[in-house]
Design a protein. Structure first.
Length: 221
């Protein structure tokens, strides 16, 4: 029992350290980071770093595992026991996390230096698109959603959510990050749901979700 507890604690510690390096990878990419840099950003000694991670390769594998976890959650997206609004909220949460952490610079470095991990992310993206198509097709068939082109609908996120992370733009718009993420969520909801299927009761839940995400990443953007 103690061994299981110790193993779980080690995994939690590794997750904590990986969370610290993810914003750095988003900004700087992979190539410039050495193990000395990684230990500094994780706020640990190099000896402690090697206690938990055998190499930079292992760190990258764990980072990519976190990213693919953001992209694929079929149990939620295709779970018909959840309402369309609940599933839409989960999709939006995923889109926020993807925009926050997975930058073009990081993906380019990954493609060049860790092609097998780039393929892992590419497969996760493909799986997410497959799940999204099922979700949108179901909502359109049941006349809950407007008859939209789902790929164009999701493409907005790649552009708008990344732009929203820019502090200069937020200052120009006189909006906080939390406000802008919620305003964009509201716009997407109005685009997707037909009038008689719109719900305002889900707003507080989404505001809380956005608050948690903003609190987690505000120091890094």
């Amino acid at each position: 029992m103690k061994k299981q507890h110790d193993a779980h604690q080690i995994e939690r510690t590794k997750e904590k350290y990986i969370e610290k390096i993810m914003p750095v990878l988003r900004k700087q990419g992979i190539t410039t980071l050495k193990m000395d840099d990684i230990s500094r950003h994780m706020d640990i000694s190099k000896a402690t770093l090697y206690k938990y991670f055998s190499s930079k390769d292992e760190i990258m594998e764990r980072v990519v595992a976190v990213y693919t976890g953001y992209m694929v959650n079929a149990d939620t997206i295709t779970n018909e026991n959840l309402s369309f609004h609940q599933r839409f909220q989960k999709i939006y949460e995923q889109s926020m996390l993807i925009a926050i952490y997975i930058s073009d610079a990081f993906l380019m470095d990954l493609k060049n230096y860790y092609p097998h991990l780039f393929e892992t992310i590419s497969q996760a993206r493909f799986d997410r698109i497959t799940n999204l198509k099922q979700f949108f097709d179901e909502g359109i068939d049941l006349k809950v959603f407007h008859n939209i082109h789902y790929q164009m609908f999701m493409l907005q996120d790649d552009v708008v959510l990344r732009k929203i992370m820019d502090p200069i733009l937020l200052n120009q718009l006189d909006l906080t990050l939390k406000q802008s993420l919620f305003e964009y969520y509201t716009l997407k909801k109005l685009q997707l749901f037909k009038q008689d299927h719109l719900e305002d009761s889900d707003n507080e839940f989404m505001k809380n979700t956005i608050s948690q995400i903003v609190k987690k990443i505000s120091m890094h953007i």
